[in-house]
Design a protein around this ligand. Structure first.
Ligand code: PRP
Ligand code: URA
Length: 209
């Protein structure tokens, strides 16, 4: 059964509150997104398989657990998902990185795809798909569609803030993927922005408008 986990760690809650603050500037915003991604990644990767290997310590030889099984790929949804990549890579430095470029149309709120480059043998990998915002869910659903079309079956979507509408849409479209949410917010406004949210994540990470 797929996992849906809303984070309840006080460190994650505190950092998301700082992220929301309109006075948080680009530099601190980037640092916070990376830290939150690392803390969330720690939770999301707690089911990685290990196998016993022989380790010789200065005292004796013993069997100890080491990571095994499928390799990882981190595939951020551009642009804002890029801000979460280094936080996840700090946990799994040898993961491959792909990119899916999606931009939401300001009027229809539908995602428009402009780029997709994925690592080789992605179908054999666990794919971690980060994007700070899950609003209508359109972007996440399309990104998972792309990855599944390449044969991937093991997908973990991670977002910092979700709207209930987007979480429901993603679960309905892709009930088999694991979903990790930093904070579940209240609703979407008439422009399909998350309330209370944090504004436009891409603009705040990159200092654009
Ligand atoms: C934002 C965000 C998600 C998407 C969420 O990206 O990073 O990808 O909107 O909205 P949805 O759930 O309604 O699809 P945006 O399209 O603004 O692009 P950007 O990251 O380049 O700013
Ligand atoms: N994209 C964002 O960056 N923020 C929102 O609130 C909704 C979509």
């Amino acid at each position: 059964m797929a996992t849906v986990m809303i984070m309840d760690h006080p460190l994650i809650k505190h950092k998301i509150s700082l992220l929301r603050d309109e006075r948080t500037g680009t530099r601190d915003f980037r640092i916070l997104v990376e830290e939150i991604a690392m803390l969330m990644g720690y939770e999301a990767l707690r089911d990685l398989p290990t196998e016993p290997v022989t380790v010789k310590s200065p005292i004796t030889v013993s069997q100890q657990p080491m990571l095994t099984g499928k390799k990882l790929a981190v595939v951020p949804i551009l642009r804002a998902g890029l801000g979460m990549v280094n936080g996840i890579l700090s946990l799994v430095p040898s993961a491959k990185v792909g990119h899916i470029g999606l931009a939401r149309d300001e009027v229809t709120h539908e995602p428009h795809a402009y780029y997709c480059k994925l690592p080789e043998n992605i179908d054999e990998r666990l794919v971690v798909l980060p994007d700070p915002m899950l609003a209508t869910g359109g972007s996440a659903i399309q990104a998972v569609d792309f990855i599944k079309a390449k044969g991937c079956q093991n997908i973990k979507f991670m977002c910092v803030i979700a709207a209930p509408e987007g979480l429901k849409a993603l679960q309905t479209a892709h009930p088999d993927i694991d979903i990790y949410v930093g904070c579940l917010d209240d609703h979407l406004n008439e422009d399909a922005y998350i309330v209370p949210g944090l504004g436009d994540a891409g603009d705040r990470i990159f200092g654009t408008k």
